[in-house]
Write a protein of this length. Structure first.
Length: 158
């Protein structure tokens, strides 16, 4: 399965080879694909699984957008980790369990950064929300790539 995904991604790489290396392209392809999957699962969960209604679990009630976010996160988190580990950053000698913890920390920081930058741009700098989201995504994407490359899936310099 790994080689099939690699072959598909690498098939589309040549037109981009002048502007980015293969590792960066694989990161963009895997991360972008996982992001699209996340949005799709969120949409389907919100509209069809939870029917835009509050989810009552007996001991807590969860708003439908938050429940949809949790469903999407529970599915795309392990997929994202496996894609990054097995397709993008294959050369890392760090143990899988350590990579998983580091990946979780990186994702958690990315969620916090999304919240902070969206709040800053929209509420304090009065930037239009869609533009703010694009700016936020670019900042968080750069942080995510850098932290995954040099922290989560760090390759030994020896």
């Amino acid at each position: 399965m790994v080689s099939l995904i690699e072959n598909i991604i690498d098939f589309f790489y040549p037109p981009f080879s002048r502007i980015m290396n293969r590792l960066t392209f694989r990161y963009a392809a895997c991360g972008g694909g996982n992001t699209v999957l996340d949005i799709l699962i969120f949409y389907l969960s919100f509209h069809f699984l939870f029917h835009e209604q509050v989810v009552h679990l007996g001991f807590i009630a969860i708003k439908p957008h938050k429940a949809a976010f949790l469903v999407a996160f529970l599915i795309t988190f392990p997929i994202g980790f496996l894609l990054m580990r097995n397709i993008v950053f294959q050369g890392s000698a760090i143990r899988g369990r350590t990579q998983l913890v580091r990946y979780f920390l990186t994702v958690l920081i990315c969620l916090i950064l999304n919240y902070i930058f969206l709040t800053l741009f929209v509420e304090y700098l009065h930037i239009y929300p869609t533009v703010a989201k694009i700016m936020t995504t670019l900042i968080v994407m750069l942080f995510s790539y850098t932290s995954q490359r040099f922290f989560t899936f760090k390759v030994s310099s020896i």
